[in-house]
Design a protein around this ligand. Structure first.
Ligand code: CA
Length: 235
């Protein structure tokens, strides 16, 4: 079931020049990729908090946080560590590439580039980082999570989740049987650069449990008194 659904691949474009951003957005749509557009890292961070992209196109020269610094930050955070990054740079110097590759950037495109080249590079990186070209699924107990389509199933029935509950569950399912404090969950699921009160975690835990209730799986999300929360299929 999960693997047969149309897979929507999102590309986050972080570029301050609107003409280039628009040109890239147009090319992405024509290639059946879904653009998410940001003019700086702050906006990009907000978009990522709402929905994880499958790939990030990151301009080297950005106002505020530079593309390079932002790439480093993305690599430090659990949630975004695995998302491939292609850097856009106007400068073709070897030095930049080496620094960028050190920061964990997957590929480079030097401006000016053709949209055909851009799409080809994006496809190549997506193929490399998602080698089977299909949703990687994680199954635990009665739950299956499709990391590409961001859908979750209880048996063959879809579980209705908001974006934050999806990320929370995705984190839990990739880190089961371990206790996390609210603050650790905030860092891993919301991102350490985002200021949110700890009780926000409780709100989303409640929502997540509520979404799992129809399937009798709410006890997978366990409260560990005085410590935090744990995901376990052993109830
Ligand atoms: Ca720029």
């Amino acid at each position: 079931m999960a693997a047969e659904m149309p897979v929507e691949q999102r590309v986050l474009v972080v570029e301050d020049e609107s003409a280039i951003r628009d040109m890239i957005a147009f090319a992405l749509k024509r290639a059946s990729l879904v653009p998410m557009l940001a003019e700086d890292s702050r906006i990009a961070q907000h978009l990522i908090a709402d929905k994880l992209p499958d790939l990030i196109l990151l301009d080297w020269m950005l106002p505020g946080t530079s593309g390079l610094e932002f790439a480093r930050r993305l690599r430090r955070e659990e949630l975004t560590r695995e998302i491939p990054i292609i850097m856009l740079t106007a400068r073709g110097e070897e030095d930049d590439r080496v620094i960028g590759l050190d920061a964990g950037v997957d590929d480079y495109i030097v401006k000016p580039f053709s949209t055909r080249e851009l799409i080809a590079r994006i496809r190549a990186v997506l193929r490399r980082t998602q080698p089977h070209g299909e949703g990687q699924t994680i199954s635990l107990g009665g739950l299956t999570l499709d990391t590409l389509s961001h859908r979750v199933f209880a048996g063959d029935k879809p579980v209705q989740l908001g974006p934050t509950e999806y990320r929370l569950l995705s984190f839990f399912m990739t880190h089961p049987e371990r206790v996390y404090t609210r603050s650790q969950l905030l860092d891993n699921v919301w991102g350490s650069g985002v200021y949110v009160e700890e009780r926000t975690v409780d709100v989303h835990i409640r929502r997540l449990r509520k979404s799992m209730e129809p399937f009798g799986l709410e006890d997978y999300v366990q409260t560990v008194r005085g410590a935090g929360y744990r995901f376990s299929t052993t109830v």
